[in-house]
Design a protein around this ligand. Sequence first.
Ligand code: K1U
Ligand code: ZN
Length: 169
Amino acid sequence: MALLPILCYPDPKLHTVAKPVSTVDVRVQTLIVDMLETMYEAKGIGLAATQINVHERLIVVDVSEERDAPLVLINPQLVWSSAETHLNEEGCLSVPGIYDGVERFDAVTVTALDGQGQSRLIEAEGLLAVCIQHEMDHLQGKVFVEYLSPLKRNRIKKKMLKSQREERE
Ligand code: K1U
Ligand code: ZN
């Protein structure tokens, strides 16, 4: 098991579009174990491979209170979304300390492969639906701050660059 470094906004690598996973083999299964460990250690509810600088369509999620219900989605595809949307408060491990509202579908249905390479249909609502949409955006190279106004986004960018500079000093 290994903790993986998480890319921080505004790192341009966060805007890379991920490629499909070709085979769910030992390499991918090791990556899944490491991503779950990294997500739990960072106290996140999700993590996309993009955030650890691996540009393949793979995400891990756990929205359970007990932190004992990991979900692995490989090559996820959105097949249905509800007509209803809501503004939800979101955070991101790649934008530490920043929380803001993003409009998301209330419910989504997604197909994906699991960690054993088996096809799955995931019907999600509530926080799970929000988290899956947030993580699928990462795979498209999109960070949640891109839904915010240019003014807010620029303030966030400056704040992140300042704290990264201070960390290096
Ligand atoms: O992708 C990530 O960076 C993980 C991110 C997922 C997420 C959180 C909230 C809404 C949508 C997606 C996080 O886990 S941020 C940290 C966190 O644990 C959290 C923040 C706000 C609400 C709930 C959890
Ligand atoms: Zn995120």
